[in-house]
Design a protein around this ligand. Structure first.
Ligand SMILES: NC(=O)c1ccc[n+]([C@@H]2O[C@H](COP(=O)([O-])OP(=O)(O)OC[C@H]3O[C@@H](n4cnc5c(N)ncnc54)[C@H](OP(=O)(O)O)[C@@H]3O)[C@@H](O)[C@H]2O)c1
Length: 287
């Protein structure tokens, strides 16, 4: 049997950068889809393509057996992902693994969850072997708060709600399994960490890992939005506020066994994430 070739979109991104080595370790041919030819992903085949350029996607899909579909958070993400799925179907690939989001739902008040659900619905009726992965909030999203965490605090409009946050390395391990194991065909996996934690608990874990006092501040959504206005485009800021309202309502606290089911080992805990990234959260001595 020929060694399968697997195309990884978003190969330089949070999940993709961990997925490439996870797939490589499984002995398949990995084709990393990148935009910037001057920054190839080391150790694997690279192909330059852009989700906004259909011809480049068709060329990238030539000779591919399976593809991992992950797009950046963009206003037109659903349209770009749906077109990629259509092109993958046209190319006759055997399997598509789609990165969606926990609680994706066509009727959700959260726009990102509606957009992901639209892509899921399209892929499900396309007639292509597929697996859908719905990860919860990424632990790596905390790296976006590293600037203030290093100063001893971080803030979000989430109250005391617990979220079963997940390390993106475990999403990648689950995706590698889904891309190589046909038993996952037609299934949707909700991917979570091993427990649900509040942001106050996260602050405690980060304090222990860094040896510094880090406090979490719950803030009203309006204040959070005001601080980010001008930093993020309006659609993304509004979507982020909707995301946090969803977390604050306690709608993202279920713990699922999917990572263990798919990979054979439990997902990383927030304490593991904090230990591995403590240096990025520690206060910098500028003296
Ligand atoms: N963040 C969370 O907590 C979370 C939770 C659940 C689900 N998600 C979902 O995860 C997905 C990815 O989000 P992310 O913010 O973590 O992004 P990411 O995967 O870290 O980064 C985006 C990737 O897409 C590539 N890319 C950007 N524009 C592209 C284009 N036009 N064509 C092809 N590739 C392009 C980037 O490549 P370059 O290096 O060239 O820029 C990068 O590799 C989103 O659908 C989001 O809804 C996120």
């Amino acid at each position: 049997m020929n060694t399968p070739t697997i195309l990884v979109t978003g190969a330089t991104g949070t999940v993709g950068s961990a997925l490439v080595p996870a797939l490589h370790a499984r002995g398949v041919n990995v084709r990393a889809m990148i935009r910037d030819p001057t920054r190839p992903v080391p150790g694997v085949e690279n192909v330059v393509a852009d989700l906004t350029d259909a011809d480049s996607i068709t060329a990238a899909l030539a000779g591919v057996d399976a593809a991992f579909l992950n797009s950046p958070s963009a206003e037109n993400a659903a349209r770009l992902q749906i077109r990629f799925a259509d092109l993958a179907h046209d190319a006759g690939i055997d399997r598509l693994v789609l990165l969606s989001q926990y609680a994706a739902d066509l009727d959700s008040p959260v726009r990102f969850l509606r957009w992901h659900a639209q892509v899921e619905a399209h892929v499900q009726q396309l007639g292509i072997n597929h697996t859908i992965l719905r990860p919860n909030l990424y632990m790596q999203a905390l790296l976006g708060f590293a600037g203030t965490i290093a100063q001893g605090w971080f803030a979000a409009p989430i109250g005391n709600a617990a979220v079963s946050i997940i390390d993106t390395r475990d999403i990648a391990a689950a995706a590698a399994a889904a891309l190589t194991d046909p038993v996952t065909t037609g299934r949707t996996y909700t991917l979570t960490g091993p427990r649900a934690v509040t942001h106050t608990q996260i602050a405690h874990v980060l304090s222990q890992a860094t040896g510094q006092t880090i406090a979490f501040q719950d803030v009203p959504a309006e204040q959070f939005a005001r601080a980010l206005r001008g930093v993020l485009p309006p659609w993304q800021l509004d979507g982020l506020v909707e995301d946090y309202a969803h977390y604050a309502r306690g709608e993202a606290s279920e713990v699922h066994t999917s990572v263990t089911d798919l990979t054979g080992r439990p997902p990383r805990d927030i304490t593991d994430f904090a230990a591995d990234h403590a240096g990025l959260f520690a206060a910098h001595d500028n003296a």
